[in-house]
Design a protein around this ligand. Structure first.
Ligand code: FAD
Length: 385
């Protein structure tokens, strides 16, 4: 006999979601992948990895333990570090291992590299999407860096590495890197032409040059990336620069994180307000062509936003289908019968059996309030009455 306690009400709950092959369970996705000739076996392994109970739990933990900013140590020395929960780092390693940050450019998917990566991103976002912000930006930065082939050549091997390296070190000493972007400012938002951050060219004796950037960014996500594509005003207009977190001499670059955003979602990942105090950077693309250059990166990130949004919708589907599949099936046991009755009474009952306002219960109810008698009735619409 039921105690009436919470635990005894579990007969109307589906089992915990997990250990699902998110690829194989998604029939339209698997069909589309087959049409494109993608490697279904590899994608299925990826679907199992992101659909495992363990990975889903990493996603939960990463979002329950948001990152923390440490501007200084106990002695007042600048640190400008963001500490992430180990679950976030584990997800980063997983997605870099699956190549979502670089497989579109490294030739590892001979058949449909963009489509294969899109499928993996779509699967990964179902486990946790916050960490995919730096993953997606690392994938996308290659688009903008193409405007500066010398820089791309230097950075590409580290970008394409499958080893996630979160250590606070110069990118040259790391086994793999991630890249972010800093475009928007407090006074301008979307309108980056209103940016006030300034770049000053510094000519060195060796003939090379770089800039020092002074100003701020109002929304720079994933601030522990190894470098950022940044917009700043140069003499020739708004220009795109690559700003590493460590200077070439190995010292920490002058990025001063002010605070982390308190966001509605995307909790596992940090988004910062940051100041640049004559921070070292190198030009990407022509001076004055900042928007034209960085838009190559932005465009790729926005495509990923669309793929991730589709992934979120897909994430809801198996969870929803699981309920009728596991609860609604009539069983011979009394509790099974109770489950079936419960399902029937909520989903299949005729409209009159569910308490509704009187105007809905009338014969031929049409789920809308009655119109005032002064309204003209369209004979076609009301002919069913
Ligand atoms: C989760 C998250 C992560 C982010 N990460 C980054 C990042 O890593 N790097 C980065 O640079 N930025 C980042 N952003 C910031 C984002 O780029 C800005 O929020 C965005 O540019 C919008 O600026 P805003 O919020 O100031 O809105 P506004 O610019 O004030 O815009 C508000 C509304 O007005 C409209 N609008 C604005 N200007 C015009 C115009 N001229 N004509 C017509 N309509 C207009 C906009 O479309 C929008 O609907 C992030 C934002 C979010 C939410």
């Amino acid at each position: 006999m039921s105690s009436g306690l919470l635990e005894d009400a579990s007969f109307n709950q589906s089992p915990a979601f997990g250990d699902v092959d998110l690829f194989a369970a998604d029939r339209p996705l698997a069909d589309a992948a087959a049409r494109l000739g993608l490697d279904a076996k590899a994608l299925s392994a990826c679907g199992r990895d992101y659909g495992s109970a363990e990975t889903l739990d990493l996603g939960r933990i990463a979002n329950e333990n948001p990152p923390k900013l440490r501007t200084m140590d106990g002695k007042g020395n600048r640190l400008d570090l963001v500490e992430f929960h180990p679950a976030y780092h584990a997800l980063m390693q997983k997605s870099i291992g699956h190549g979502i940050h670089a497989s579109a450019h490294d030739g590892s998917d001979p058949q449909g590299p963009l489509a294969s990566r899109a499928v993996r991103l779509y699967l990964a976002t179902q486990a946790e999407s916050g960490h995919l912000c730096p993953i997606t930006m690392t994938h996308a930065c290659v688009g903008a860096l193409r405007a500066e082939p010398g820089l791309l050549k230097k950075w590409l091997p580290k970008i394409q590495s499958r080893r996630y390296d979160p250590r606070p070190l110069s990118w040259t000493k790391k086994t793999g890197v991630t890249l972010g972007m800093g475009m928007t400012e407090r006074q301008g938002g979307t309108d980056v032409r209103a940016n006030i951050t300034q770049a000053v060219t510094i000519r060195t004796q060796g003939g090379g040059d770089h800039v020092e950037i002074t100003g701020h960014k109002w929304f720079m996500s994933a601030p522990m990336c190894d470098a950022f594509l940044v917009l700043a005003q140069a003499e020739g207009g708004l220009t795109c620069y690559l700003m590493p977190r460590y200077r070439p001499d190995g010292g920490q670059n002058n990025l001063r994180f002010q605070r982390l955003k308190d966001k509605l979602g995307n909790k596992s990942n940090a988004s910062s307000e940051v100041e640049f105090h004559a921070a070292y950077a190198e030009r990407v693309g022509a001076e004055g062509a900042g928007v034209r250059t960085i838009i190559e990166m932005v465009n790729l990130t926005r495509l990923d936003c669309a793929i991730a949004s589709a992934g979120w919708a897909a994430m809801a589907t198996p969870r929803t289908c699981r309920w009728p599949a596991t609860i609604a099936r009539p069983r011979s046991t009394p509790s099974g019968k109770a489950r079936a009755m419960s399902w029937r009474s909520t989903c299949c009952a005729p409209p009159a059996a569910i308490p509704r306002p009187r105007w809905i219960r009338s014969p031929g109810w049409c789920a809308r309030p009655p119109r005032p008698s002064t309204w003209r009735r369209s004979p076609r619409r009301w002919s069913a009455r």
